[in-house]
Design a binder for this molecule. Structure first.
Ligand code: SAM
Ligand code: CA
Length: 219
């Protein structure tokens, strides 16, 4: 027993999944399919998808943003948690990855809740701001190129209502954030984490789930 977060060894991680994971069959299929993809490790962990879905329900979210869709696991987990008139504005630059996602959204019966924008996310977010959508979103998930995090965060903060939550993925970056930065991505995440710690526009918690997920609630 200790007052710090427990380490999860393989047996304990399996136990956690055994006694708590409730995965929609299309999410399970998508996870198995993505497992064969050379970039499979880009997909979030299933318990993280379930955590984000719970958060979306707790927020009573209707309008959400996703920056970085890949084959669609996180977008699908969020869409399944939204009411029927809920919407995910989903940003990615890859048609190839998101074609897999589209097929799964259809199969799960939530395609009407997800609007995919195939363009650099910054452009999509700036367009939403230009269209007067500031304050119109309840939840955002940031999981695209790491050097873009700060710009995505600043846009998402404008697009969220007060009380809305931004979830930022990979903030522990496989442990590399705790070492001297050897590359641009690590340095970008380190700077981003330091910035959020001091940012008085938000309340925050860095949650050690998956590869680290920071929750930032707009004040
Ligand atoms: N959230 C996804 C999941 O749960 O499976 C994983 C997202 S993956 C880590 C990152 C994605 O960001 C890739 O699909 C990539 O094409 C996309 N991406 C990279 N640069 C981007 C940009 N400038 N704008 C939008 N998407 C971008
Ligand atoms: Ca990620």
């Amino acid at each position: 027993m200790s007052n710090r977060t427990i380490d999860l060894n393989d047996a304990l991680y399996r136990y956690l999944l055994d006694v708590s994971l409730r995965e929609h069959p299309v999410l399970a299929e998508l996870r198995a399919e993505t497992h064969r993809h050379p970039l499979a490790n880009m997909q979030i962990a299933p318990e993280q998808g379930q955590f984000m879905a719970l958060l979306v329900k707790m927020l009573g979210a209707r309008r959400t943003l996703e920056i970085g869709v890949f084959t669609g696991y996180s977008a699908l987990a969020v869409a399944l948690a939204l009411p029927d008139d809920g919407r995910v504005i989903a940003c990615d630059i890859s048609r190839e990855y998101t074609d897999v996602a589209r097929a799964c959204f259809d199969k799960a019966g939530v395609a009407h809740k997800i609007v995919l924008h195939i363009a650099p996310a910054l452009q999509t977010l700036d367009d939403l701001i230009a269209q007067g959508q500031e304050g119109a979103f309840d939840f955002a998930f940031i999981d695209a190129d790491k050097t873009g995090y700060d710009a995505y965060y600043e846009r998402c903060l404008r697009l969220l209502r007060a009380g809305g939550v931004i979830a930022v993925d990979n903030v522990l970056w496989g442990g590399r954030v705790a070492l001297p930065a050897m590359d641009e991505d690590t340095a970008a995440i380190q700077d981003f984490n330091r910035k959020l710690h001091q940012d008085q526009r938000i309340d925050l918690s860095m949650v050690p789930i998956g590869d680290g997920l920071t929750l930032a609630r707009k004040r």
